[in-house]
Design a protein around this ligand. Structure first.
Ligand SMILES: Nc1ncnc2c1ncn2[C@@H]1O[C@H](COP(=O)(O)OP(=O)(O)OP(=O)(O)O)[C@@H](O)[C@H]1O
Ligand SMILES: [Mg+2]
Length: 356
């Protein structure tokens, strides 16, 4: 069966320039560097990772809002990167995007009714009196009222505005919506309403989502599968259940350890990692995570680990994924000897178990 969306080897490099009048290139930002994933109809793929790891860029590439440097993007088998303008416009009916800031993404000069009618008219989906009926239907679909069509975006609350953004995205009856931090700017209580709306629409309309977020609790709630990104690469991907109960990549483990999953309103803790995220202008050689990884070995500094299957449907890009899990499993049944509490000894034990 053809997946709804299949992304292979996606790369986006930005030329980074400095200077106001005379600009000079200071290097290449490897925003997305060899990313592959797929998505079935009606499915939600969550994408998580620290700021700047390439989540939004990935979402924009999929919709071809920006052009990729390399790789393939197939939507229902069609190669998105080589579509003509006309074919791309038709495809935009099937793929929509919702952004973090619903105010910035809504045209303040258009009444809500006109804003919703615009894509319908553009794609020839309705005309005349139908436009108004369809716009009102869209408003009720997202839990607003038909009379809201006469209002302007600034007359709505943050949560209501995000509902408007959802209504606009739904206007063309898309099959896929890229949700880029759709609730990050909202109050926690409103977040739940918008998330539940998205879930409800998904089951009613069979939508697929790429759901980009910082908040792991939200991602866990809405996603079927999750991809974790670090410095432009996917480092781990698994079903939501697998990822949250048995994370295998040291970076995912650090993210989960820092996230206030049980109490999403609590303050996020600092990642239990040393050092800052390296610059995507000059990513570390070998495994990009090795500079912050508590388990890093010599091999990690020279050899980039491939994203490989370590259990059915569970892939991780770590040379020592199994070894780390084995050491931890052993440590659970047998109390670790005192020397194991020291990081260097722990590293040695991990390396020995991996036979390297
Ligand atoms: N137009 C651009 N020109 C140059 N660099 C860019 C451009 N857009 C993004 N980048 C860089 O690409 C990298 C990835 O950016 P992206 O916006 O995809 O990150 P993100 O994961 O969405 O982060 P956040 O969580 O902060 O939204 C960053 O280093 C960013 O500075
Ligand atoms: Mg972003």
């Amino acid at each position: 069966m053809t997946p709804l969306l299949a992304v292979e080897g996606l790369i986006k490099h930005f030329d980074s320039r400095r200077g106001v009048v005379i600009q000079r290139s200071v290097g290449t930002v490897r925003a997305v560097d060899d990313v592959s994933f797929h998505l079935s109809a009606g499915e939600t793929l969550g994408i998580v990772g620290e700021s700047g790891c390439g989540k939004s860029t990935t979402g924009r590439l999929v919709l071809r809002l920006i052009e990729a440097t390399a790789g393939t993007i197939r939507f229902e088998g069609r190669d998105v990167r080589t579509l003509s303008r006309g074919a791309l416009r038709a495809l935009r009916r099937d793929m929509q995007i919702i952004f973090q800031d619903p105010y910035a993404s809504l045209n303040p000069r258009l009444s809500v009714g006109d804003m919703l009618a615009e894509p319908l008219r553009l794609h020839g989906l309705a005309s005349g009196a139908d436009l108004r009926t369809r716009a009102e239907e869209l408003l009720t679909t997202v839990g607003l009222s038909a009379w809201h069509a006469l209002r302007y975006p600034h007359e709505f609350s943050g949560g209501q505005r995000q509902r408007l953004a959802v209504a606009r995205a739904l206007a063309t009856r898309p099959k896929l919506i890229v949700c880029d931090e759709p609730v990050s700017a909202l109050d926690v209580s409103i977040q739940a309403q918008v998330i539940n709306l998205l879930k409800d629409l998904q089951s009613r309309l069979g939508l697929a989502y790429i759901f980009i977020a910082h908040d792991l609790a939200v991602v866990r709630h809405i996603s079927d599968r999750v991809a974790v990104m670090y410095l432009g690469k996917i480092v781990e991907t698994a079903s939501t259940e697998q990822l949250f109960t048995a994370p295998r990549h040291p970076y995912t483990r650090a993210l989960l350890a820092a996230a206030p999953i049980a109490d999403p309103t609590g303050p996020a803790r600092r990642l239990p990692l040393e050092g800052d995220i390296p610059s995507p202008l000059n990513p570390p050689p070998g495994c990009r995570f090795h500079t912050r990884c508590p388990h890093a070995q010599a091999q990690c500094r020279s050899e980039a680990p491939p994203l490989r299957e370590i259990a059915p449907g569970h892939r991780a890009a770590c040379h020592f994924a199994e070894a780390i899990a084995a050491v931890e499993a052993a440590a659970e049944t047998v109390p670790p000897p005192p020397y194991m509490r020291r990081l260097t000894d722990y590293r040695r034990a991990v390396a020995a178990l991996a036979g390297r």
